[in-house]
Ligand binder design. Structure first.
Ligand SMILES: [Ca+2]
Ligand SMILES: [Ca+2]
Ligand SMILES: [Ca+2]
Length: 313
């Protein structure tokens, strides 16, 4: 290898390799073209803060030694920004975005590695999509607004997703895969559906103070899952499927203007319902094995079916 670099003139690829060795936190390339903000990281652990000021200026800063276009920070004119296409590639990356406004979409891709995405006061006129790929990833969204859908896909590895104080004009979708995933959605409104699917693994889903314009569907698949729902209203159906293994489902102050269906499935499950009301049909199914239902006011306006529970208190 040494002999080769000495005998052959240096190529751009070798220069890049050398730079990567001397800059472990890497270099991130940023540009704006046709009102689209593009960002490309490298295979190093990139740490980037993007902040948009009230006058439209976008400040992009590299932390922990990460360079932005070779500098520690840059400023761009972000007035009239339509979309973003932000990718940090491999490595354990951190992306902290504050107050960034796109009139169309935000697209964030973190790729392999244990990544962190923080969104604070970020808004998209249409869709906001975050994909973190494999690795143990964290996505935290606070005061996010979307005109249409907000999608978070965390793929393989554990994930920790939190959405708070947000307003989603379309559907809010959070997808995990077959490891332990933790999902918290708090004080948030979605005008269409809420869809959460955490795949296999021992998952924790915590939903608090939500208004859902259409249907909420929570699926946690196999694994010892814990689902807590409190102060949630849906204008259409509310569905939970906890999959096999011993699950705990606690519902407090849950109101559906249509139907509620809770399927605890196989395993020794515990279901607790306090002030749960479906305007039409309500159905709770305990599934196989010994299941317990704690009924503190579970009401179905037209039908109430509590089945496959070996103990009801
Ligand atoms: Ca990277
Ligand atoms: Ca990742
Ligand atoms: Ca999972």
């Amino acid at each position: 290898m040494i002999r080769r670099t000495q005998s052959i003139p240096t190529t751009p690829a070798q220069v890049q390799l050398l730079e990567q060795r001397t800059m472990p936190a890497g270099n991130v390339t940023v540009s704006i073209s046709s009102e689209v903000l593009s960002m490309r990281g490298d295979e190093a652990d990139n740490s980037v803060v993007i902040n948009q000021l009230a006058n439209g200026t976008i400040e992009i800063k590299g932390l922990s030694g990460t360079r932005i276009n070779g500098k520690t920070s840059i400023k761009l004119n972000g007035a009239g920004l339509k979309s973003t296409d932000l990718r940090l590639f491999g490595g354990n990356d951190k992306l902290d975005i504050r107050n960034l406004k796109a009139s169309v979409d935000h697209n964030i891709e973190m790729d392999q590695g244990n990544d962190q995405v923080l969104l604070t006061g970020v808004s998209a006129g249409v869709n906001l999509t975050v994909k973190t790929d494999a690795g143990n990833d964290t996505v935290t969204a606070k005061n996010v607004r979307t005109g249409s859908d907000f999608n978070i896909e965390t793929e393989e590895g554990t994930s920790n997703v939190s959405v708070k104080g947000s307003t989603v004009g379309g559907s809010l979708t959070i997808l995990g895969k077959d490891a332990r995933d933790q999902v918290t959605v708090d004080t948030t409104r979605a005008d269409k559906d809420l869809k959460i699917n955490t795949g296999k693994g021992d998952d924790v889903v915590n939903l608090k103070t939500l208004e859902i314009g259409l249907t909420a569907t929570i699926t946690t698949d196999e694994g010892r899952d814990s689902i807590l729902v409190s102060r949630v209203t849906t204008d259409e159906d509310f569905n939970v499927e906890a999959g096999k293994d011993d699950d705990r489902i606690q519902l407090v102050n849950l109101t559906s203007k249509k139907n509620i269906k809770v399927v605890a499935d196989g395993g020794r499950d515990t279901v607790i319902g306090t002030k749960v009301r479906a305007q039409y049909d309500l159905e709770f199914l305990g599934g196989d094995e010994f299941d317990t239902l704690d009924d503190n006011g579970i009401v179905g306006g037209q039908k109430r079916d509590l089945k496959e529970f070996e103990r009801i208190t």
